[in-house]
Ligand binder design. Structure first.
Ligand SMILES: C[C@H](O)[C@H](O)[C@H]1CNC2=NC(N)=NC(=O)C2=N1
Length: 97
């Protein structure tokens, strides 16, 4: 069962992501980052690679793409907040930029 990150466990998982530009969303237990690529194909290709991992882990982003920009929101709907899966998917996104 996926668990919502506690106050004690969220720091070590989220702090490295904040250092990479991720931010909390005001009013939501969710993180967001906007990625800007060289062009649309690079942006969509990255989304495609991420989508394969999202499907493999059954954990999917909330995201939008405008030309070479992808805005991502990560949260775990089942627990209405952040879980370790969000941090895991964010790390994978960073690794594939
Ligand atoms: C039925 C399906 O397994 C669930 O809806 C999965 C799908 N992907 C998901 N993605 C995210 N971000 N949160 C979830 O709670 C979630 N649940």
């Amino acid at each position: 069962m996926t668990e919502r990150l506690s106050d004690e466990t969220r720091g070590p998982l989220l702090d490295p992501l904040f250092k990479c530009g991720w931010q909390m969303i005001e009013g939501r237990d969710a993180i967001t980052k906007t990625f800007v690529f060289e062009n649309f194909v690079d942006a969509f290709g990255w989304m495609t690679r991420v989508a394969i991992w999202a499907e493999k882990w059954n954990h999917h982003p909330e995201w939008s793409n405008v030309y070479k920009t992808v805005t991502v929101v990560l949260t775990t709907h089942e627990v209405d907040g952040l879980s370790a899966l969000d941090a895991k998917l964010a790390r994978k996104m960073e690794a594939m930029v």
